[in-house]
Design a protein around this ligand. Structure first.
Ligand code: PEP
Ligand code: MN
Length: 340
């Protein structure tokens, strides 16, 4: 914590700050510049810093107090400097490998998910993703097949061997989703559902946390810390685009945010270009850019018949287009030292 004194502060003001620090059992370090004095507080425990900063900011002669603290600890690189590998079933995410997770936005029928599972597996996907519970902007849109959708996903896993990723929207769904899935996805709209985050951290399966589309990287990392505090470090982050003034694409893919996340945490991060751009023709270039930017994986929406999809058809790749993309992904992955 750093206490910056005003230029017109007096020696008595400085002494009072030092005295108050001492009363709390903290050490101090005074740095006297030409214009102002800065006092570093030493030994304040993290959990006290925010409150103490508020209290010191009202002392006479104090201009501002800067708490030097990261609100995320368990997931920070300081806590664990080595990049982690998270396993989705047998699929490795992070630690030098690149995992492509693909599938339809929604599980619509047994046949649709089977067909997609075989197609993405043949093209080299590491995991199958599809929503049984769908967070739709309109209550009148298709809401997902629920439990039946989970059963279809499990059947697809049994037939293809692909591990499955699927979304949980509510604490009440968590036990069922965690039992069925190899990785539980928390969607953009639930990034700040803190009760769900905490519970997901205790569900026994890895958790993929998508970035809220109006959230800063810091808010996203704090949300991630909730899952870690729940009890697991098997967490994958997913950048899926944020809302900006630009409306040429559905959202704006924040690849700089991916670089920041990689600097701040050891946890793997995947990129979802499908939701970010919202249109199939733009997905491949953003997918390749994400790999080049250091993503540990991709999340791509694929549908056997995008023209008949019940959700997100316009941004879904056909199996053929997905196969083409995978070839290019392989080339870029090799160029940046990643193994597909
Ligand atoms: C999805 O993954 O299909 C989805 C709804 O994405 P998001 O939560 O990123 O909007
Ligand atoms: Mn979708």
């Amino acid at each position: 914590m750093i206490i910056v004194m005003r230029p017109d502060s007096t020696e008595a003001d400085v002494e009072l700050v030092v005295q108050r620090l001492g009363e709390r059992g903290y050490g101090h370090h005074i740095s006297r510049g030409e214009a102002r004095t800065i006092i570093g507080a030493i030994g304040a425990p993290d959990h006290e810093k925010e409150v103490v900063a508020g209290q010191f900011s009202v002392l006479p002669g104090v201009e501002r107090v800067v708490p030097i603290l990261k609100a995320y600890k368990l997931i920070s690189r300081e806590h664990n400097p080595r990049p982690a590998t998270v396993l989705i079933g047998p699929a490795r995410v992070g630690g030098g490998s690149l995992a492509v997770i693909a599938g339809p936005c929604s599980v619509e029928s047994r046949e649709q998910i089977m067909q997609t599972a075989h197609a993405v597996k043949d093209a080299g996907a590491a995991a199958l993703r599809g929503g049984a519970y769908k967070p739709r902007t309109s209550p009148y849109s298709f809401q997902g097949l629920g439990v039946e959708g989970l059963e279809f996903l499990m059947a697809a896993r049994a037939e293809t061997g692909l591990p499955i990723v699927t979304e949980v929207m509510d604490v009440r769904q968590l036990a069922g989703v965690a039992e069925a899935a190899d990785c539980v996805q928390i969607g953009a709209r639930n990034m700040q559902n803190y009760d769900l985050l905490k519970e997901a951290g205790r569900c026994g399966k890895p958790v993929m946390l998508k970035r809220g589309f109006s959230s800063t990287v810091e808010e996203w990392l704090k949300a991630t810390e909730y899952i870690a505090a729940g009890g697991t470090l098997d967490i994958i982050l997913c950048e899926r685009g944020i809302r900006t003034f630009e409306d040429a694409t559905r959202f704006t893919l924040d690849l700089a945010g991916v670089a920041v996340v990689r600097r701040e945490t050891f946890l793997p991060i995947v990129v979802d270009p499908s939701h970010a751009v919202g249109v199939a023709s733009l997905v491949p270039s953003m997918a390749l850019a994400a790999v080049a930017a250091g993503a540990d994986g991709l999340l791509i929406e694929v549908h056997p018949r995008p023209d008949q999809a019940l959700s997100d058809g316009p941004q879904s790749l056909t199996p053929v287009a997905f196969g083409e993309l995978m070839k290019q992904v392989r080339t870029v992955a090799e160029a940046v030292g990643r193994q597909l």
